[in-house]
Design a protein around this ligand. Sequence first.
Ligand code: TRP
Ligand code: SF4
Length: 556
Amino acid sequence: MTDHDAPHDDASPDEDRRQSGDAWRESDATLRSDGGEPSEARRASSELRSDGGAAGADDVALDPWGSSTVADYRKLFDQFGIDVFDDILPGVPNPHYLMRRSVIFGHRDYDRVASAMRAGDDFAALSGFMPTGDPHIGHKMVFDEIIWHQQQGGDAYGLIADLEAHAARDLSWAEIDEHTRSYVLSLLALGFDPEAGELYRQSTNREVQDLAFELGVEANFSELQAIYDFDGETDVSHMQSVVTQMADILYPQLDEPKPTVIPVGPDQDPHMRLVRDLAARMRFFGVTEAYASFEATATERPLLRQAYNARTDYADNPDRPRCVEAAGWLRRTRPDPSEARESAIEKLENAGREPIRPRTRIFDRRATEEAFDALIQAVDGDKRVYDEHVDAFDLDQEAAEELARQVELDNGGYGFLPPSSIYHRFMTGLTGGKMSSSIPASHISLLDDPEDGYDKVKSATTGGRSTAEEQREKGGKADECPVYELYAYLLSGDDDEFATEVYEECVGGERLCGGCKEQAAELMAAFLEEHQEKRAEWEDKLDELDIELESDRRRD
Ligand code: TRP
Ligand code: SF4
């Protein structure tokens, strides 16, 4: 997708293209889909299943509604194609402390958002919360991420996933209303600006539901089954909550396409894979690189490119290398047998004397006839028009993408950009193990009494040694310490120096757990106190907001 190898051309006038004898014209049927390549979502989910048994299902289990554990974050990169956040950190202006401290460890396509930030272009950030309980310090990370993007100039959205909570978690509307209020208050107390951004709940957002319906046309049951393990027992509303989330994620782009980041935990990644696919499927046109009239797969394309680049080695007339000549060259120079090589050779042979020549292909996915005609008109320079695609010889991929999107927008399409995501680490529970809302001592709710917060920190497990003496000698294990996590994820705030100091004092043996926990507990109590004061200030102003706090659906 990011392969922007501009198809270059030596621009020799190409009469073969103008012969309308279409000898090498191939059926357009294969162009309707992405050349038979499996979709991003399906590919990843089949990898998950094929590895699930062997590697121990619990190493990486990404289940949006189950308990997600991630024993080894590196696997997320290899198995699911999440990218390492640190690699793009230098390109993020004024990065958030969660980014600087690698708490945000992974992303999909975040560079799209970072470059919009660098260029001062529009971008958006959106995340959603199931109102199933009280907001806690894990949610705070996501609240902060949304707010930070808002402060960097992005359009910010916070949504309450009440339909999902009702469908997937069986919560009553009365419970949902109570928690909705609480999530909204914490988001505001942490700095979300409701005038500049938007807060909504799924159940009352008509546009989201309409979009969900449209997206549902592009997704079928087998696909949801493959991605989420749904089966015959899964209820229809649960499935509907999936397309609703897809619509949430694309909602910021309804007015116009813009880079959008979805800050979430890695358990939500299956949703990201699906939505990125759906966003592409909604597009009127697709753009690919091609070398002849036939369609090639992603693994064949590099071979065709090599063959084209080597044309002076084999072509009678290097200004017009023929497909069949390229086939012979591939056969001679790349003896390693691979499926891609065999199929590329076969396609080249079938194309016979058609010249091999790089081009940018814009194909019709779901455009109207008018939109396709408009596209043909809009392509400048050398082009060749087929039933369901146009080959452009003077446009690079990026320019073609832009042109196709513009034609789509002018003709009533959405023109969605694939949404990006960033992933943060799950916090370790204060009692060791998972932080879980069903174990109160394992987590700190944003509504906890400051004193309870203090006590929970004081009784947390640590990465300390069994005796003070041993600790002084060997140092503590800050990397395995839930208390250190509290410092890094929350208590140090923007103060990197303080976070580093705690870390170094700990591993250097200068810091002992008793005092360290005392300091953390005090900071936690102070944070909770301040947070709850701000929540109280917002209480009075809640009525002025657009978001409905009492659901019409209540029957109590
Ligand atoms: N499924 C999310 C959760 O379990 C909530 C959610 C709904 C969401 N819509 C979203 C998250 C859009 C991110 C973006 O918490
Ligand atoms: Fe954890 Fe602090 Fe003890 Fe180090 S000194 S192990 S950071 S509690």
